[in-house]
Write a protein that binds this ligand. Structure first.
Ligand SMILES: C[S@@+](CC[C@H](N)C(=O)[O-])C[C@H]1O[C@@H](n2cnc3c(N)ncnc32)[C@H](O)[C@@H]1O
Length: 446
């Protein structure tokens, strides 16, 4: 690989941390080279070791903290230095919220040249918030998560940002893997069976999905009693995933025991979540975001809920507007949304399965733009250009953009603000202890 920095591998430097990047890593400059250092805060003076050379920058590891920031706190997780899951545990929680507000404001300024007041980031419970986790399995056959800056795994026996069921579950999964002698998948050789285990929780019910490079999970007669010894309500599925890529779940699920879905109730809507459909990971923040969306919708509105997932938000919206149309690309998620519609007897909700880039332009033509409110909640890559261009041509009444990526949000807003004016920008801490931030932006026709 071409080496554009002139910093030697394993060399030691003492440096000031001058910034913090979008990954939550400290930024240092050595002889004109940029070095990113995890677990280093602005204002700190640290001794670092160069551990990796990339083309335009190097990666350093803290060797010794010399001057410590008053914003630093003791990371509570024993795996913090290794695990790639959390990058901000060493930053006091109130400072994490400031960091996230600044991330949004800086991205908007830099990418979209938008200088608009960003509200303070809405806080969450800082730990035990995640209702979902996707485990890797180490070569030794232990439950693991991905190591930071690496393709290796770190074996874990707990995850303190995931809800409290996780520790018992990890013990059980480790025992099952050991006694069943299930072969662990090797991505280099494309051999072995067990790839990942994905778990979702609602209240005290769990849905456990084994992603396997095969058709059957061995020794389920060992697994089920182990799970029963700790959990009352659970379901087990396999996901047949023979793809040679990083995608964890294919769309081929097979139910093998217990619950097939998780039953939930939010905003007086009953719904069921299956293993394949999207669900926001932090229930408290999800509800706060949905409340902000609802506050911006009125009874005469026709709402398009683009990127609608399993349809909960569309259903909640439909209770408050004239009619609502959800658009979702994953077949199973649209099926869940249809089930939800029937379960709750909602007559003014219409679920469309397909790509927003194709469906949204056709759908909007049916309505008067002055009645239309469009909710956008795309994945990290943001909205398709065709969706943005359609909205700009249409000039609908209001856009409510929910984003999990300030960079793609800024890219899309740089285009949308030519035809819509910004009303508010509200970050939410959906993912405490990590660098990620969720943002709700309200735009109105100019
Ligand atoms: C961030 S999730 C939002 C889900 C939902 N609004 C919620 O609150 O649960 C994004 C959703 O967009 C879907 N998606 C991704 N690309 C899409 C596309 N081009 N067209 C339609 N849906 C898409 C994903 O499958 C996922 O369910």
């Amino acid at each position: 690989m071409e080496n554009k920095t002139n910093l030697e591998f394993n060399s030691i430097y003492t440096v000031d941390v001058v910034d913090i990047n979008t990954d939550g890593d400290g930024v240092c400059k050595i002889e004109g080279n940029v070095v990113f250092v995890s677990n280093a805060l602005i204002g700190e003076n640290v001794q670092i070791k160069i551990i990796e050379q990339k083309n335009a920058f190097a990666i350093g590891k803290v060797h010794e903290l010399i001057k410590i920031s008053p914003d630093r706190t003791e990371p509570f997780c024993p795996y913090f230095n290794e695990c790639g899951g959390c990058s901000l545990q060493h930053l006091k929680y109130e400072k994490q919220l400031e960091f996230k507000k600044n991330q949004v404001a800086n991205a908007l300024k830099k990418i979209a040249k938008i200088d608009f007041p960003v509200s303070d980031c809405v806080s969450s419970t800082p730990f035990y918030y995640r209702n979902k986790i996707a485990f890797n399995i180490s070569k030794n056959g232990k439950v693991a998560l991905k190591k930071r800056n690496s393709h290796e795994n770190v074996e874990i026996d707990n995850c303190l940002i995931t809800q409290t069921w996780v520790q018992d579950l990890i013990n059980i999964l480790n025992e099952y893997i050991e006694v069943s002698k299930i072969k662990i998948y090797d991505e280099h050789k494309n051999t072995g069976l067990l790839k990942n285990i994905v778990v979702r929780a609602v209240d005290d019910s769990l849905l456990i999905t084994f992603a396997i490079n095969g058709n059957t999970l061995p020794k389920t007669d060992l697994l089920i009693p182990l799970l029963k010894s700790k959990f009352e309500k659970f379901g087990v599925n396999i996901n047949i995933n023979k793809m040679k890529n990083q995608i964890i779940l294919s769309n081929q699920f097979q139910h093998i025991y217990g619950l097939q879905t998780l039953k939930c109730n939010d905003f007086d809507i009953e719904y069921e979540i299956s293993s394949g459909s999207f669900m926001q990971v932090n229930d408290l923040i999800k509800n706060k975001i949905y409340k902000e969306v609802l506050d911006n919708i009125f009874f005469s509105d026709i709402v398009i809920d683009a990127y609608s997932g399993a349809g909960l938000l569309s259903a909640i919206i439909s209770n408050k507007c004239k009619e609502c149309h959800g658009i979702e690309i994953i077949n199973q998620a649209t099926k869940d949304a249809e089930k939800l519609k029937k379960l709750n007897n909602i007559s003014n909700l219409f679920n469309h399965n397909g790509d927003c880039a194709e469906i949204l332009p056709k759908l909007v033509r049916q309505f008067n733009n002055n009645d239309l409110v469009v909710v956008l909640d795309p994945p990290r890559k943001g909205c398709e250009r065709n969706v943005i261009d359609t909205l700009n041509k249409l000039e609908c009444k209001k856009i409510i953009y929910i984003s999990c990526n300030p960079q793609t949000l800024s890219r899309d807003l740089s285009l949308l603000t030519q035809f819509y004016k910004l009303k508010s920008i509200q970050p939410y801490d959906m993912f405490p202890q990590t660098q990620h931030v969720e943002t709700v932006v309200i735009l109105q026709k100019k």
